[in-house]
Design a protein around this ligand. Structure first.
Ligand code: NAP
Length: 218
């Protein structure tokens, strides 16, 4: 598959590029092409240095990447995601779009501050064409651990979406990352529950002197 990572130059985008490049063509995207090209080169070198297989990591602008991709990962902060998507709307057709976007604000500790639609995922679905399949996932995965390839991520990943085939594709992508277990979280309307867990986990980590907390259902 061809996977475009919008915001692939950032914290969690790097981890997805490194983890999926062994099996998929990765497009690392940015608002600035030079930044994307540099990041793609850096990620490729990390894999080469470790002697790992790499199908190809290419840096490019957001527009070109969306047009070419089967799957588009929205790995940008909530405050910029809607205006970014509005600019890129003509490029979307029927791709799977993965939202890991968490609308939260820091007010002492962190608070979940969803839009009026109820969650970032529902707002994103409203903005994009109806033919695009939005799947909501990975909100509770640590960027730092994802980018450290020697670590196995002993987390559960709840996957929410209204299109069953798209949801199954994202669950399969999740299985490809060592030790992540995908769990079907139902429709996109359930996304607010997993989005809101992220500020809770960060606060829990701060209060208890922990880091990289995730969820595991037992
Ligand atoms: N970090 C985590 O551990 C983690 C875990 C789970 C979910 N998430 C979610 O994943 C998303 C990305 O998180 P992150 O920590 O990777 O973010 P980040 O490093 O702060 O930003 C990622 C990329 O987004 C682009 N960007 C930044 N501000 C933007 C704006 N106003 N408009 C458009 N693009 C902008 C930048 O790319 P260019 O400048 O190259 O365009 C940046 O490199 C967030 O929605 C976050 O809630 C993060």
């Amino acid at each position: 598959m061809k996977i475009a990572i919008l915001g692939g130059t950032g914290s969690i985008g790097e981890g997805f590029a490194l983890r999926w490049a062994g099996k998929h063509d990765i497009l690392v995207c940015s608002r600035e092409i030079d930044k994307a090209v540099n990041a793609a080169e850096e990620y490729t070198n990390i894999l080469l240095y470790r002697g790992m297989q790499c199908c190809g990591i290419t840096g490019c602008g957001n527009e070109k990447a969306i047009e070419e991709a089967d799957v588009v990962v929205l790995s940008v902060p909530y405050k910029g995601v809607i205006s970014l998507l509005q600019k890129l709307l003509p490029m979307f057709k029927d791709q799977i779009v993965i939202s890991l976007v968490v609308p939260m604000t820091k007010n002492g500790l962190f608070e979940y501050t969803p839009p009026e639609q109820g969650s970032a995922a529902l707002e994103i679905q409203e903005v994009l064409p109806k033919t695009v399949k939005v799947v909501s996932s990975y909100h509770n995965v640590s960027a730092r651990k994802l980018a450290k390839l020697e670590l196995s991520l002993d987390y559960d990943v709840v996957v929410c979406g209204d299109d069953e085939n798209a949801k199954q594709t994202v669950m399969e992508l999740t299985r490809e990352i060592k030790s992540l277990r995908p769990l079907d979280g139902g429709g996109l309307a359930s996304s607010y529950m997993i989005e809101s867990l992220t500020p809770f986990l960060i606060n829990l980590a701060i209060r208890n002197g922990l880091s990289d907390l995730g969820v595991k259902f037992v």
